[in-house]
Design a protein around this ligand. Structure first.
Ligand code: DGJ
Length: 688
């Protein structure tokens, strides 16, 4: 609910459990008042007049502004920095009214000296306890202006000594969660690579000694891929500031007369009861307002089995076996096009390789469909190999500096997809592919960062907008086609990609044990339904670790199940397990994909990994014991989110019993797994 008190010039966003409030202060600045646990009477919040602390600590510096701009006595992080034709760079905004439209509040600001209008947009998602913020800058004059820095929002957390959390990593090692004490000085996370976010992810979590169920957690996730920046700063004045938005590293946007630029949207929330509520709010918001409602299909992807060595016959063999095992979607990965035999050729030449597929793709597609599956295909539209025909025809289409040799990475260049002719080429490629073939699923990959980015510093952001635009355009013509985002594994997992894509490749690291860590971190911010996980061969291609088939399945069944192993090489016994587990996944996937996810801490042993899913009257408890150790203890795990009064039927390692929700949540479930890489899915159902 949006509340406006005109007399006090106070604006309040009330969600189910939180309040976010700000006002226009005596200086005409937009002053933040409060963000946190709900205060029903927001008028109780005072907008005190502020006096400078000293001449070195001016009023602007201590004012908790909603959107500090560069100019004047203001030395903190700026949300907006601009440059005008005459060389001026100072902005001085004044409040210029507001508009409310359904759940959207827009605050209008106008610069005192230049024809610049700033709109601050607040979307109130009452049911989800979330708010979305962004900013839009309008050039209302008749001269070009330059935006040098643009952030989505300034956030104020009225606490110090918080703990900051995000992930770090690299290819094959995404989502390594870390925590860092916030103190004086700044914490900066960013992406400078244009494409991917293996290294830091565009979100923040700031908490005050919180755990899964207790403690204050302030969080935010950016709806944007590519070059983002997040700055966390504890100030001398007793608060913690957070800013997120476009990375100003190598950024500059030109605004022609009448033009506007919009910052990415930042989704923010507060949980007074730890991380589980944060995850639930974000997951529900993503599932119910962003993602498609359909169940995710069990897919087979041939990449780990065949890599570039694809051909029609072998793929048909794989497809037949995949269908027999229970797969619903068959995805042909890299290698089917151009002169693609490895990483160095083919990208850009999107014609079917006629040595590998002499009669085109349709014989394979017909076979896949004949087996009752849908067909999906891999593409990497943003890239081109130097050896390709496309590059020979259009060397000027790649990002480049005129007198500098462009770098290749994975044997490829990045196309400047912001150029209309390049965008048209990619759209035509999709049209050809989708008109001529019955394709239900596109895996969109991107395997290198941008370099030699051209003279235009806006491309970092424009490139991502062009990716989104292409996906949107193709989807508008082929609304049933599902798009998977992949960037060398999990490089494009963020709320920007989640807005346009439907499926997400979590990591090229398919080791089932490593995945427990990756998937655990992933779940803090991103919904389980957006977490693709494959069962692959043992030993794993990357870790060389050998893991039994059931553990591999259980680990992959934590997300949306896929099969990536060489299924023509599995034993008859394994085949039985594949069929059984795929069927089991289909039986429980509504709980996994639509349920509330809990990260559990076993009470009696910390060597077990335990996760829970609750959906309406059903629950699942996944338990993993990677390594048995001295004593061979069992474990007890307290469940969460059940109905204390209800009775639940529970099956633990084959033994059925009926227990109350109160018992299961307060005493817990006892179980004992034996041996290395032991695992089990324990099922619960409410009884009458
Ligand atoms: C990287 C992806 O993460 C893999 O799944 C696979 O599609 C390869 N690229 C293909 O080149």
């Amino acid at each position: 609910m949006i509340l406006v008190n005109e007399a006090r010039k106070q604006f309040t966003l009330q969600t189910k459990g939180t309040t976010y409030s700000f006002c226009v202060d005596n200086e005409g600045l937009l002053r933040h008042l409060y963000w946190g646990k709900k205060i029903e009477h927001a008028e109780d919040l005072e907008c005190e007049s502020l006096n400078e602390v000293s001449t070195n600590d001016p009023v602007n510096e201590i004012t908790m502004e909603e959107f500090p701009v560069y100019g004047g006595l203001l030395y903190k992080q700026h949300c907006l920095k601009m440059k005008f034709e005459n060389g001026d760079r100072g902005l001085y905004y004044k409040y210029d009214g507001y508009t409310v439209e359904d759940n959207k509040l827009t605050i209008h600001l106008k610069d005192k000296y230049h024809p610049i209008a700033i709109d601050l947009v607040y979307l109130c998602h009452e049911e989800y306890d979330l708010v979305e913020r962004n900013s839009v800058i309008h050039n209302q004059g008749d001269k070009k202006v330059t935006v040098e820095q643009l952030q989505s929002a300034q956030l104020h957390i009225p606490k110090t000594d918080l703990t900051f959390s995000n992930v770090h990593g690299y290819w094959g090692a995404e989502q390594k969660k870390f925590e860092q004490q916030v103190s004086y000085g700044k914490i900066l996370i960013e992406c400078r690579r244009g494409i991917s976010t293996h290294h830091h992810n565009p979100y923040f979590i700031l908490h005050d000694q919180a755990n899964e169920d207790q403690g204050d957690v302030f969080f935010g996730a950016l709806r944007m891929s590519g070059n983002f920046r997040g700055v966390i700063e504890q100030t001398q004045y007793g608060e913690t500031l957070v800013q997120m938005g476009l990375n100003s590293h190598d950024f500059e946007a030109s605004l022609e007369a009448g033009a506007s630029i919009e910052s990415p949207v930042l989704i923010i929330g507060y949980s007074g009861s730890g991380f589980a509520k944060m995850s639930h709010d974000l997951h529900r918001f993503a599932r119910e307002t962003i993602m498609k409602s359909d169940e995710k299909m069990v897919l087979y992807n041939s990449w780990e089995a065949t890599e570039f060595k694809v051909n029609c016959e072998d793929q048909i063999e794989l497809a037949k076996k995949a269908a027999e095992l229970g797969a619903e979607l068959f995805v042909l990965d890299d290698g089917w096009f151009g002169e693609r035999d490895g990483i160095n050729n083919g990208l850009g030449d999107w014609y079917v390789n006629d040595e590998k597929f002499p009669n085109g793709l349709n014989p394979l597609i017909d076979a896949v469909k004949g087996e009752g599956m849908k067909f999906g295909i891999w593409v990497e539209p943003e890239m081109v190999n130097p050896l390709s025909q496309l590059y020979k025809d259009h060397p000027e289409w790649i990002y480049h500096f005129d007198e500098v040799v462009s770098d290749t990475s994975r044997g490829q260049y990045v196309l400047n997809i912001t150029l209309p002719e390049v965008k048209y080429y990619i759209l035509t490629m999709f049209k050809e592919l989708l008109e001529k073939h019955d394709i239900s699923y596109i895996k969109w990959d991107a395997n290198r960062p941008i370099s030699q980015s051209s003279n235009n510093k806006q491309i970092w952001h424009d490139h991502i907008l062009a990716v989104y635009d292409i996906v949107e355009k193709v989807k508008s013509q082929y609304p049933d086609v599902i798009f998977e985002a992949c960037a060398s594994g999990g490089g494009r997992i963020d709320y920007g990609a989640l807005t346009y894509f439907d499926d997400f490749w979590t990591s090229d690291n398919t080791d089932a044990y490593d995945r427990l860590t990756i998937q655990n971190s992933y779940s803090y911010i991103y919904p389980i339904k957006a977490m693709r996980a494959w069962v692959t061969d043992s030993p794993n291609f990357l870790s060389k670790r050998e893991i039994p088939i059931r553990f591999r399945f259980h680990s992959a069944m934590m997300g949306t199940l896929g099969i990536g192993s060489h299924i023509l090489k599995i034993s008859a016994e394994e085949e039985v397990v594949y069929k059984e587990m795929i069927q089991e996944y289909k039986d429980i996937r509504h709980i996994v994909q639509e349920g509330d996810f809990y990260r559990l801490e076993p009470v009696t042993s910390n060597k077990y990994h335990a996760f829970q899913y609750n959906y309406v009257d059903e629950s699942l408890l996944y338990v993993f014991l990677p390594q048995t150790y001295i004593g061979h203890e069992g474990a007890r795990v307290k469940l969460k989110g059940l109905d204390a009064q209800a009775r639940y039927e529970i099956v633990v390692c084959g033994e059925k019993s009926i227990k109350s929700g109160a018992y299961l949540m307060n005493y817990g479930v006892k179980f004992k797994l034996v041996g290395d890489y032991a695992s089990e899915i324990i099922k619960l159902k409410k009884t009458k």
